[in-house]
Design a protein around this ligand. Structure first.
Ligand code: M6R
Length: 611
């Protein structure tokens, strides 16, 4: 979704804005722009296409003098991607410039009011309405900016993170938010605003998280905060510990490849601090054994890959801890009036911690008085702040739109949670726990081994660069692995792909199998192996080419599959962490082979902050 940056300080703003925007590219965008106060007026440059176009247009920012500015990458919602609709947007006199992430839901009503007052609009966006509304109140309040901004906040409905500059107050940058991410960074050379940490990490690690309906007012040396009533408020900054190199490609062709290779480390980082003296200790959970025993049902709510983690987690939590689990897509959960009881636990899984539907689901659960737990990667994100408890996945910044390392870290968090709950409930013996912990600790090295096999996967992938459809089949946890493998492939290669519970195939989907159709079969569950094998035979006899991913060293699979990828042995509940690695590599190499933009697939955004 859209990315916002802003700078005010002692250096030229435009190159800093361009640099910050480049770190937000992963969020997805179709146009980019900047507004800089050049000493006399606000100058705006914007263009559709990649950031490169804006860099060329402004000679890397050098043709935009001035030390105060805001920048934006736009992911179109209201109005087609075009120069006209690109941000920043201004009032008619071009004395106010605005960048915006989010959706103003009542913009039509506001636009009508402004049209009635003689305002004219040149774009189709909801953001231009905000720029003109600021103008309207600015004039009405005789230039009282905080009053202007709070009046606008009271009028607009929907979500917004806004960066604003006023030509008549060129020594300030203003920022405000509601339900869209925004942070403020404090550095010795000036102050910054951004949608996300990587954009400012080069300049500072001192960050303020703006809460809903708060305003930040930045000058070169000072940052002040106000609430929606315009009253000053105190905020404390936090230090960001992220490794700056984690937000750089570090010699890899794509972030996705780099992030896949980081998985042994990110799995270790998520796992090791939570195993102490042979016991699972999840300090941040803050739940007593009584509270855990009292849980009657768990509702896991998430989107995309995080949802797939939830599907896997259901099998594990129910299998180990015997607690019933429901898994919901966040976009469905919030509108189906879910039945939540006081002894239920709602778990929201999210890499970004900003996904609009997941955030709304969290609020729905909280409004119903149910305990909530966030499994979140981005520290200080909205869901992390609003959930009753947070368990962080220590995957570090993930830049590629297709998640890899955050997903495998989420799995680890759920294994730990399930074993811990099972132990508290007396569902597993100490010996079983010890065995599982041994298997968990082996996972990073096993992932390393699988990654080392990349050439083999690349060769197979190269043969399917031209595939039209690919199907993923499996049963139980293998079905969940297939869902994630399928999403990885389709989102970055644009090849149509579906995941099916292997037993469900013959109820319709098998009619799509024809000569040469690739079917990836996941066969990691001993008790289901024979059943899935018979599904492999079914599709093969209809012409499918079968790629099997298995831990079974079995001649039947060798005989019936065209390609076999072996994963190391592990506990039956943990196979997803290993089987997903070849599927990530497969998707990656198909995407590279097709010449796709692996890290920034079309139409997608890293963090989906609108409904
Ligand atoms: O930040 P979140 O984990 O809440 O994001 C959820 C989905 O948008 C995300 O997993 C998406 O499906 C990815 N593109 C998958 O690779």
């Amino acid at each position: 979704m859209c990315g916002i940056v802003g700078f005010i300080g002692r250096q030229q703003a435009a190159p800093i804005l361009l640099d910050g925007l480049s770190k937000l590219e992963y969020r997805g965008y179709d146009s980019a722009g900047m507004a800089v106060y050049d000493g006399q007026k606000i100058r705006v440059e914007k263009s559709t296409g990649r950031l490169k176009v804006l860099s060329e247009l402004t000679h890397d920012g050098s043709t935009m003098p001035g030390t105060v500015g805001i920048g934006h990458t736009r992911w179109a919602t209201h109005g087609e991607p075009s120069d006209r609709n690109a941000h920043p947007h201004c009032n008619t006199e071009k004395s106010i410039a605005v960048v915006h992430n989010g959706i103003i839901e009542n913009y039509m009503k506001l636009k009508k009011k402004l049209l009635d007052h003689g305002y004219e609009f040149i774009s189709d966006t909801d953001t231009e309405v905000v720029a003109q509304l600021l103008d309207y109140y600015y004039k009405k309040t005789n230039g009282d900016i905080i009053d202007t901004i709070t009046r606008v906040m009271h009028r607009v409905e929907g979500s917004y993170a806004l960066g604003i500059i006023f030509a008549e107050h060129p020594d300030h940058v203003y920022a405000l938010r509601k339900d869209a991410p925004l942070i403020v960074g404090k550095s010795k050379d000036g102050n910054l605003i951004a949608s996300d940490v990587p954009a400012i990490l080069k300049y500072t690690r001192d960050v303020y998280f703006i809460e809903n309906e708060e305003i930040a007012c930045l000058t070169e040396d000072d940052i002040r905060f106000y609430n929606i009533d315009g009253e000053p408020i105190e905020k404390t900054s936090r230090t960001i510990e992220w490794d700056i190199n984690a937000a750089e490609k570090g010699g890899y062709e794509y972030f996705m490849l780099k992030e896949m290779y980081e998985q042994p480390k990110t799995v270790r980082d998520t796992l090791n601090p939570r195993i102490k003296d042979g016991q699972i200790v999840i300090e941040e959970l803050g739940m007593s054994d009584e509270e855990i025993r009292a849980i009657e049902r768990i509702h896991i709510v998430a989107c995309g890959s995080a949802y797939h983690t939830g599907v896997t987690a259901k099998y594990i939590m129910e299998g180990l801890a015997r607690i019933p689990v429901e898994v919901d897509l966040a976009s469905e959960f919030r509108y189906r009036n879910p039945i939540l009881n006081k002894n239920d636990l709602v778990v929201i899984i999210s890499q970004s911690g900003e996904t609009a539907d997941s955030l709304a689901a969290l609020r729905e659960a909280k409004a119903k008085g149910v305990k909530t737990l966030g499994i979140i990667n981005v520290v200080g994100s909205s869901i992390a702040r609003e959930a009753d408890r947070v368990m962080y996945t220590w995957a570090g910044p993930e830049i590629a739109v297709a998640t890899t390392k955050a997903y495998t870290a989420q799995l680890i968090a759920h294994y730990l949670l399930a074993i811990h709950f099972a132990q508290v409930k007396g569902q597993v013996t100490d010996e079983e726990v010890a065995e599982m912990l041994t298997d968990l600790k082996a996972i990073p090295a096993q992932i390393e081994m699988l990654l080392a096999n990349k050439e083999h996967i690349q060769k197979i992938a190269n043969r399917y660069v031209g595939a039209r459809d690919v199907f993923f089949i499996g049963r139980g946890i293998d079905y969940a692995i297939g869902m994630e493998g399928s999403l990885k492939l389709k989102e970055i290669s644009y090849i149509h792909s579906e995941a099916y519970a292997a037993g469900e195939l013959k109820h319709g989907t098998i009619s799509l199998i024809e000569e040469g159709t690739l079917v990836a079969a996941l066969v990691t569950q001993k008790d289901l192996y024979k059943k899935t094998l018979s599904n492999i035979v079914e599709v093969r006899s209809r012409g499918a080419v079968v790629l099997a991913v298995t831990n079974e060293d079995n001649t039947e699979i060798e005989k019936n599959a065209d390609y076999v990828i072996y994963i190391p042995q592990t506990n039956k509940y943990f196979t997803n962490s290993l089987a997903i690695i070849p599927l990530q590599l497969f998707a990656y190499y198909v995407s590279v082979g097709r010449g796709c933009d692996v890290d920034k697939p079309r139409n997608l955004a890293k963090s989906v902050t609108v409904e």
